[in-house]
Write a protein that binds this ligand. Structure first.
Ligand code: UDP
Ligand code: MG
Length: 243
């Protein structure tokens, strides 16, 4: 291990990867360029979520010339929430920034999040101009509206992976499958201050989306009911005196 491996960085960039081979080199290029401008210490953690397209091999070769890269390899595909959970556990920074590996999120937007996190605990990216097929745009609009209604929330775009968190946000939160779509609500339940900021969004140039209406609708609706239940049944009490 070199010295730079041992230093505690300010920022941990956490990126789940599932079959993103052709996106990884341009992503690293862009991240490298943008992060160097910030003049902050950082680490980049790739979580390979059971890829079978050689993504991990590429990550390992990127790590050889960039010691700020770390990785976790899953034996199977465990899903995006599991990948985030493993990334948060391994992360050493004070601030965690999450983003997708497919360059649909733009690393150039990271400073917008860092600026806002000075006054908040969680900053959620809001893809106000989505660059996805219309079916995805419409289903996501409906999904966000239903989610906000049933969970009594006001988050415009909870599906945007580009988010920043103070590390304490995850101290007491237990994550479950599918929960990555509800991070803002989970954090608010813990008393953290959550805000959102408009970010850019780009079409996917390489590889395929891992989600479609079929594999998202039913499971995320169940997850929504679970969150709604958790929110309603959260234990609150006020102590007047204690001896
Ligand atoms: N991803 C993952 N495990 C999965 C599904 C997705 O790690 O089981 C990663 C994927 O590689 C990408 C991010 O999560 O970096 C978002 O996935 P995708 O781009 O397919 O979602 P979309 O943008 O189409 O909603
Ligand atoms: Mg994507």
């Amino acid at each position: 291990m070199t010295d730079s491996n041992l230093k505690i960085p300010y920022l941990s960039i956490i990126i789940p990867v599932y079959n993103e081979r052709n996106n990884l080199i341009p992503l690293e290029d862009k991240l490298d360029r943008e992060l160097k401008k910030l003049n902050l210490s950082y680490e980049i953690i790739f979580i390979d979520d059971g890829s079978n397209d050689g993504s991990l091999h590429l990550i390992e070769s990127m790590q050889k010339h960039n010691p700020l890269i770390r990785f976790i390899q899953f034996g199977h595909n465990h899903g995006q929430s599991a990948a985030f959970a493993a990334g948060f556990k391994a992360a050493r920074g004070n601030i965690f920034v999450t983003l997708d590996a497919d360059l649909q999120n733009n690393p150039a937007d990271i400073p917008l999040l860092l600026e806002k996190i000075k006054d908040y605990d969680v900053v959620c990216g809001w893809r106000h101009k989505r660059n996805d097929p219309w079916i995805k745009r419409v289903s996501s609009k409906i999904g966000n509206a239903v989610r906000n209604r049933l969970s009594e929330e006001e988050i415009a775009d909870t599906g945007c992976s580009l988010k920043a968190f103070r590390r304490e946000c995850f101290d007491n939160v237990k994550l479950f499958k599918g929960m990555h779509r509800f991070f803002p609500t989970l954090m608010k339940m813990e008393g953290f201050r959550v805000t959102q900021v408009k970010v850019s969004h780009h079409p996917r140039l390489h590889g395929e989306s891992k989600y479609n209406i079929r594999n998202r609708l039913f499971s995320s609706f169940h997850d929504l009911l679970a969150i709604r239940w958790m929110k309603k049944r959260k234990i609150n009490y006020d102590i007047i005196k204690e001896d």
